[in-house]
Design a protein around this ligand. Structure first.
Ligand code: ATP
Ligand code: MG
Length: 229
């Protein structure tokens, strides 16, 4: 479980502290599908960077599955990130001179998995994201939606505890966005915890819980009532 208590975050701007998050209390259980919305600059990315163990410089407490995240060394923090989180971004962040399979295999290579296991697992997730047979394609020959599927495959290949997605449909047209959200829903139905930042209300309404951030504060945190199609 993700458990943030009284989390405050400031950036240094010259000699001044510029506060971005205020008194964030947020618990996210395994299996949830949470959307985070809020105006540009309200602190959404800052918040999910803390949740995803990219940023350890904050005040307050973060406990993840009984681990006190604040107390970890930098190395332990990075290790927890690599083991526990899959990241998905607006601009896919694929490596353009490596093929689809190689891109997806990266986290397993870093983790030191065996070649044979890597191949098996990569083909498994390719199937799962609807890209069976695309192992040898290059990213530049794929559509935006297909590139995002590759990024999702790479995010899930190491069986992380949860996925963090920052504007995963921000670069996609509405039909393609819908496909990507359907994929998220399918992954979530299979037990994957998803935390997703989005500007798109239609996309957010497909999650089960909606957290609104305004000026660095949680303004509302509610179950999503209407499941739009
Ligand atoms: P958007 O919807 O535009 O992505 P956001 O809600 O994700 O916005 P954040 O990126 O979390 O917003 O930024 C919150 C505030 O913190 C902004 O005012 C931003 O300028 C500031 N900020 C973000 N990163 C840094 C940084 N590394 N150093 C200083 N200020 C930063
Ligand atoms: Mg952002």
């Amino acid at each position: 479980m993700i458990d943030l208590s009284e989390v405050n975050k400031s950036y240094k701007q010259g000699k001044e502290d510029y506060q971005v998050l205020y008194d964030i209390n947020l618990k996210i259980n395994e299996g949830e599908f949470v959307a985070i919305m809020g105006p540009s600059g309200s602190g959404k990315s800052t918040l999910i960077d803390i949740i995803g163990f990219l940023d350890q410089k904050f005040k307050g407490e973060y406990v993840f599955d009984d681990v006190k995240v604040n107390k970890l060394s930098r190395k332990e923090h990075a290790k927890l990130r690599n083991k526990s989180v899959g990241f998905i971004f607006q601009n896919f962040k694929l490596i353009n001179n490596q093929n689809v399979g190689e891109n997806i295999a990266l986290p397993l290579l870093y983790a030191g998995s065996k070649r044979k296991e890597i191949l098996k697992r990569v083909n498994e997730v390719l199937d799962q994201v609807g890209l069976k047979g695309s192992y040898h394609k290059m990213p530049k020959n794929l559509s935006g939606g297909q590139q995002q599927r590759v990024a999702i495959a790479r995010a899930i290949v190491g069986k992380p505890n949860f996925l963090v997605a920052d504007e995963p449909t921000g670069a996609l047209d509405s039909a393609t966005s819908k496909e990507i959200i359907e994929l998220f829903k399918a992954l979530n139905e299979n037990g994957t915890t998803i935390i997703m930042v989005t500007h798109d209300e239609k996309v957010a309404n497909q999650a089960h819980r909606l957290v609104n951030i305004l000026d660095g504060r949680i303004q509302s945190d509610e179950e999503v009532q209407i499941a739009n199609t």
